[in-house]
Design a protein around this ligand. Structure first.
Ligand code: SIN
Length: 524
């Protein structure tokens, strides 16, 4: 280990207007003070979680939303399948809870599962009353889609396969009172007396900025960028989990990463998701030898839980097989799946003519994340996390398809309620103490990191490979605070290294396969 020069900087920073207002508080009557000032909330991320939180908080709080790219870039915008919810009389909460627990290998927090599944439909109904539309038949009845490991058709969808984009844009259309900062890259949490009180970010010109708030909500999404093959938006580089952990927040279940079995494959590259809902409407997995191989693997066949299907597809590809989704039996493909159809067309693929879509598996969703309670609060006071960045416990070891948008709606509402009900605390003036910064570690290229991550902590894991990966990673994970001479690209790479390190440690600690954490015991 190298010897590093220690630098210690102590600066006093004023949280400007916010601090002046707080000082004013101190001289006025305690009973009147809460009426004159709104809480200040900073939300990081503009997918469905961040966007819905703006809608819920804007009347009561002063809300600032930071987004890494722009409001149309997020995994929520890409969500095709839909939103799983018990809305039909023929369905039941018990059945949805049961399916969620089975898919999650019973590693889920049962109380959280029940809460999400019970509270979700009411929130959806409220949004529908405000004008959010889901696909219906000619008689105005909601149409329910089917996805893997569901025992009922219960997936609400909008615009066919455009559900995520339609819901997210709908809640964004309700914004009226928000300060939006686009191209703002959140770097580190600022803490005072062990409480989160602000955020350091890089603005679009590459300048370092600080913003102060009573509460900070992370809604930054997942970690798809850690892998060379992913369905995720390119902005997803694990930033929220990494910065929360640097701030001392607990993380949980990071070893559980969901790989989606059917991503459109072009020359070995992932070129857009082909939703599981396509299999729900009759598509089947087949290899280049013509074998419909899922039939022999699981009683649910092509609609087995995602971890099972991905593992089987991966094993087939390791054996040199090419895998396709046979869509011959899917009715009205172009109407039901317009986004997928458009994407396939971009690559010269015509679903009227070509019935075998080449696919490959890739990283899709992180079940673990920053540990949160039933109010969405993390272990650091005044810091919340919602959506994929959080580990609420609802998904267990493998997420049931289309449960993520439901989790977001329920937890965004719970966070908003918690924040609105909390008494506004008086904060002391902020004293910034820069941690002792050791020297700067050299970073690997993201491509090198992705290649190694895929081999060590991808779909199939081996203890020896994980240990080797961890030893390689440990040379890069040396700083406790991001040095201010790093560029956005360097910080992204550093965050990915940090996350990879924690995922690998948790994966090594879990000795037995469970859900999406699959350890190879014998050669495939
Ligand atoms: C899909 O449409 O296959 C993905 C849906 C989900 O991740 O829940």
């Amino acid at each position: 280990m190298k010897k590093y020069k220690k630098i210690k900087i102590l600066t006093r920073t004023s949280s400007t207007i916010h601090e002046i207002m707080i000082n004013l508080y101190k001289v006025i009557n305690a009973e009147t003070k809460l009426n004159i000032m709104k809480k200040k909330v900073v939300i990081v991320g503009s997918g469905l979680a961040g966007s819905f939180l703006v809608m819920l908080l804007q009347d009561d709080c002063k809300v600032t939303l930071l987004t890494k790219g722009n409001v149309s870039e997020s995994n929520s915008m890409l969500a095709q399948g839909g939103i799983a919810a018990v809305m039909s009389k023929s369905d039941s909460l018990t059945s949805h809870v049961h399916d969620t627990l089975v898919a999650g290998s019973f590693h889920n927090d049962v109380k959280v599962v029940e809460t999400v599944i019970e509270e979700g439909p009411e929130i959806l109904q409220e949004l529908m009353n405000l004008g959010l539309g889901f696909d219906q038949d000619a008689h105005g009845n909601l149409l329910y889609g089917m996805e893997g490991a569901h025992s009922q058709r219960r997936i609400l969808h909008s615009g066919g396969d455009q559900t995520g984009r339609i819901i997210t844009s709908f809640v964004q259309s309700k914004w009226k009172n928000v300060e939006m900062i686009a191209s703002a890259y959140a770097v580190d949490i600022i803490k005072q007396n062990e409480k989160a009180c602000g955020l350091i970010y890089l603005d679009k010109e590459g300048n370092w900025q600080e913003i102060f708030a009573d509460d900070i909500i992370l809604a930054t999404g997942g970690i798809g960028g850690l892998f060379p093959y992913t369905s995720n938006d390119q902005t997803l580089t694990g930033d929220g989990v990494a910065l929360a952990m640097r701030a001392g927040a607990q993380a949980k279940d990071l070893e559980f990463i969901q790989f989606h079995p059917t991503i459109f494959s072009v020359d070995g590259h992932c070129c857009g998701l082909v939703s599981e809902a396509v299999r729900g409407d009759g598509a089947r997995l087949v290899n280049d030898l013509g074998a419909y191989f899922m039939e022999e693997v699981h009683p649910l066949g092509d609609l087995a839980a995602r971890d099972i299907v991905s593992c089987k597809v991966y094993q087939q590809t390791l054996n040199g097989r090419k895998i396709f989704l046979d869509i011959a039996d899917v009715q009205n493909f172009t109407k039901r799946f317009p986004t997928i159809d458009q994407n396939l067309k971009k690559y010269g693929f015509n679903v009227e003519r070509d019935k075998l879509i080449p696919i490959q598996p890739g990283a899709h969703f992180l079940m673990g994340g920053v540990k949160t309670d039933l109010s969405g609060a993390t272990s650091v006071s005044n810091l919340y996390a919602v959506g994929e960045v959080a580990c609420s416990g609802v998904h267990g070891a493998n997420r049931l398809a289309s449960n993520s948008l439901l989790e977001i709606l329920v937890f965004a509402k719970r966070v908003a309620t918690d924040i609105k009900n909390k008494t506004l605390a008086l904060q002391d003036s902020f004293i910034k103490e820069n941690k002792e910064i050791e020297s700067l570690p050299n970073l690997p290229t993201v491509q090198e990191l992705q290649k190694r991550a895929w081999k060590a902590i991808g779909i199939v894991r081996e203890t020896a490979k994980m240990k080797e990966f961890l030893a390689w990673l440990e040379q890069f994970t040396l700083v406790e605070q991001i040095p201010r001479n790093w560029s956005k690209k360097e910080i992204e790479c550093y965050n990915l290294c940090q996350i990879a390190c924690d995922i690998t440690k948790m994966a090594l600690a879990r000795k037995k396969s469970l859900g999406a954490h699959y350890i190879l015991r014998k050669e495939i």
